[in-house]
Each structure stands twice: as C-alpha cells, then as structure tokens.
Design a binder for this molecule. Sequence first.
Ligand code: IMP
Ligand code: MG
Length: 179
Amino acid sequence: MEVVQVKDKQFKLTMPESEILSAIRVIADKMNHDLAGKNPIFIAVLNGAFMYASDLMKHITIPCEISFVKLASYHGTKSSNAVSELIGLNVDISNRTVVVVEDIVDSGLTMQKLVELLQSRQVKELYLSTLLFKPDALQCPVELDYIAKEIPNDFIVGYGLDYDGYGRNLRNIYTLIPE
Ligand code: IMP
Ligand code: MG
C-alpha cells in the first residue's frame, strides 16, 4: 500500500494517475461529440481544477476557448450571509455555450453557487463537468453533465486537490487514513 504524508496526516493511494487519465479521455470524447459546432468556452475553477483542466483540454479537439476563474466568498456581519463572487472572468460569456470544469462536487454548494453566478451572465447553455463526485455527500440538487469518477465520501488529496494547501502536486489521488 502506497502511503503519503501530507502535513500531519497520512493518505493511501486509491486512484492512480493512469485511471484518472483514462476517465478524463472518456469525458473528452463525449464533449467532442456533444459540443461540436457550439464553439464552447470552458471555465476551469482554480485552484483545484488546474490538473484536470490541463489533461482534459489536451483531448478536446473541437474549436473552443478556455478561461480560469476563482470563487471568492465575502462574509458579511453574519457568517451565514456569505456572498460569492466570480474573480478573473474577463471574457463575455453571454449567449455562449459554457462548460464548467470543476475538481470535485462534495456537498454541491460550490457548484450550485457557480451555476447561479454564471446563469446571471445570460449564457446560452451551461454544461457542468467534474473530475470527482461524492454522491453520498450531496446536499443540494445539481445536474452534472460529465462526471469522470464517482468516489466514496472520504477526504482525498492529490491531482489538484489539497489538504490545507498541500498535496495538490501529487500525480495520483490519495484517501485519508483515519487515525
Ligand atoms: P462542495 O462541498 O461541493 O461545495 O465542495 C467545496 C470544495 O471543497 C471543493 O471545490 C473542493 O475544493 C473542496 N473539497 C471537497 N471535498 C474535498 C476532498 O475530499 N479533498 C479536498 N478538497 C475537497
Ligand atoms: Mg474546487
């Protein structure tokens, strides 16, 4: 069993790079088919989706654009009143076919917020893609169009995903070993 230490925690190898890459290829093939002629703009959500976006885009063969955004939350006087804002979107996405490129859908709240923010910019159509999906953690309805891999409700690191800022550089995906 391959184990890595990230900060104070240990993680075991659960998804090798080869498995991630072949799942991404399947999604890319579907996108090339579904989105042909739509001139889509892919919107990758930083930081977590940087590796997924990179490997996905290498297999997209139709004309397209890619842009990168961050989702920032500002807390008002009450922490429950978090206001989210999209940072870095410097292209006009109105009347465009937009494809979200996310690392993981856990509770689904981040994806739900993204959908709301993107819809408010009058996109023509919105497709949602995620590298990883934890169906058992979902707390709100999100309609995902492309899921590379479904995973159990465990904490993972690697391939862009972090534990307290660390571990994003790992080429495989590792699952937290409970203490
Ligand atoms: P949400 O709960 O679906 O809103 O996910 C929020 C964010 O939490 C994701 O975009 C990830 O950045 C992060 N996240 C969720 N699950 C994991 C995990 O297992 N490891 C690392 N980050 C995670
Ligand atoms: Mg994320």
